[in-house]
Design a protein around this ligand. Structure first.
Ligand SMILES: [Zn+2]
Length: 349
C-alpha cells in the first residue's frame, strides 16, 4: 500500500516537473515574459528626451519597439513624429540664400575654424559660414534673425546658457527659423582662466547645454565654442568624449569692439576679400552687429560669396543631473502647479 502510494506521488512529481519545463520553454507565456524583460529596459525612468533617443536608436524592426517606448512614456500615446520643417518659399528673388548644407559627424569632437583647428578645410573658394555668439538677447537677436530671414539664409548660433534662461522664447525663434543651435557655456566663463578647474569647466559646458535644451525644448546640436576662443586642453579632451564639435573661426569680426555697424562690415569684407572664404565670428548679442546685418548680407551677395549652413548629424543628449540641477537653481516647478483652489481655501469671511 505504502509502495503504491509512493509510486503515485512520484508520478505526480514527474508530471509537475514536465509541466513546469513546458511552461518555461514552449508556452506562449514564456515568450511573453521574455519580451517583457527586454521591454523593461527602456521603461526605466528616463526623461522624455531619453525615451525619444531610445526610440531613435532602437532597432528599426518590429512594431514592438513602439510599444516598448510607449511604456517608457508612462502610458501616454507615443508623440507623433516631428513634422518635417516646412520650407517656406523665399519671398526675395535676389536673396543671398544658402548654397550648401553640410552635416557634421561630431564623433570624437572635431574642431573647425583655422584660428585654432586646422584639420578640416571643407569650404571652397567664396564659401562662408555665419556664426553668432552670446545671445539670445532682446532686440538684437530678433533683428539678426529678421536680416537673415529677409535674405533667406541660415547661420549657426552659440548662445550663453544664462541668456537662454532669461530669454528662452527668443532662442526658440532661432531654432524655429531653421538655424543651428549649439552652446557657448553656462556663464561665458574663460575655461582657460587661472581659477578654472577641470570640474568647473565640465560644469560650464554641461550646464550651458542643459540651459539651451531647456529653452528650445529639444536636445541642442553638439556644437560648442569656447568663450574668448580660450581652449582649455582638458575641456577639449572632455568635449571629445562627449562627441561635441568645437568651433573657433577663420575670420573674427571684432564686432564687440566696433564703434559702428559700418566698421563691422568693413572689417568682415576686408578680411574675407583677402582670405576668400571662412567661418565668420559675430555676436547677435551686439547692437552694432544687428544693425550691420542687412547691409553686410547684401555686400556678401554682391561680392559673390555663398553661404554654407553647418548642421549636426546627431543631437547632444544633455546629462540628467545637470538638467535637474538647473531646474533647482532656477526654482522652476518640477511638476505642474496645483490649482489655486486646492491650495488656498477661504474658511471665514
Ligand atoms: Zn562669447
Amino acid at each position: 500500500m505504502r509502495h503504491a502510494f509512493g509510486l503515485i506521488l512520484a508520478s505526480l512529481i514527474a508530471a509537475i516537473v514536465i509541466a513546469g519545463v513546458w511552461y518555461l520553454t514552449a508556452s506562449p507565456h514564456a515568450s511573453h515574459a521574455t519580451t517583457q524583460t527586454v521591454a523593461a529596459r527602456p521603461s526605466e525612468p528616463l526623461p522624455p528626451s531619453a525615451g525619444k533617443l531610445a526610440a531613435k536608436d532602437a532597432p528599426k524592426d518590429p512594431a514592438k519597439d513602439d510599444v516598448q517606448v510607449t511604456a517608457a512614456l508612462s502610458g501616454k500615446p507615443p508623440a507623433p513624429p516631428a513634422p518635417a520643417q516646412q520650407k517656406p518659399a523665399c519671398a526675395n528673388p535676389n536673396a543671398l540664400g544658402v548654397s550648401r548644407v553640410v552635416v557634421i559627424d561630431t564623433l570624437g569632437g572635431p574642431g573647425f575654424g583655422f584660428e585654432q583647428f586646422k584639420q578640416f578645410d571643407f569650404l571652397t573658394d567664396k564659401e562662408v559660414v555665419l556664426t553668432f555668439d552670446d545671445g539670445p538677447w532682446p532686440g538684437n537677436t530678433p533683428a539678426v534673425l529678421k536680416a537673415l530671414d529677409d535674405e533667406c539664409t541660415k547661420a549657426v548660433f552659440f548662445p550663453i546658457g544664462k541668456h537662454a534662461t532669461y530669454h528662452p522664447e527668443i532662442l526658440k525663434q532661432v531654432l524655429t527659423a531653421g538655424h543651428t543651435v549649439g552652446s557657448h557655456t553656462w556663464s561665458h566663463a574663460n575655461l582657460n582662466g587661472k581659477k578654472m578647474t577641470d570640474q568647473l569647466a565640465v560644469d560650464e559646458v554641461e550646464k550651458g547645454f542643459s540651459a539651451v535644451k531647456m529653452a528650445i525644448g529639444s536636445d541642442p546640436a553638439p556644437f560648442f565654442r569656447f568663450p574668448q576662443l580660450q581652449n582649455n586642453p582638458a575641456a577639449v579632451t572632455y568635449l571629445g568624449t562627449r562627441n561635441v564639435a568645437m568651433f573657433s573661426c577663420d575670420l573674427d569680426s571684432f564686432d564687440f569692439k566696433a564703434a559702428s555697424a559700418e566698421q563691422i562690415i568693413n572689417t568682415v569684407m576686408t578680411k574675407l576679400d583677402k582670405r576668400g572664404k571662412g567661418i565668420i565670428l559675430m555676436h547677435d548679442f551686439q547692437k552694432h552687429t544687428a544693425e550691420a546685418m542687412p547691409a553686410l548680407l547684401q555686400r556678401l551677395k554682391a561680392g559673390g560669396y555663398k553661404i554654407v549652413l553647418m548642421k549636426a548629424k546627431t543631437t547632444l543628449q544633455t546629462l540628467p543631473d545637470y538638467d535637474a540641477a538647473l531646474v533647482k537653481d532656477l526654482k522652476l516647478p518640477a511638476v505642474s502647479s496645483r490649482p489655486i483652489g486646492s491650495v488656498v481655501q477661504t474658511v471665514a469671511q
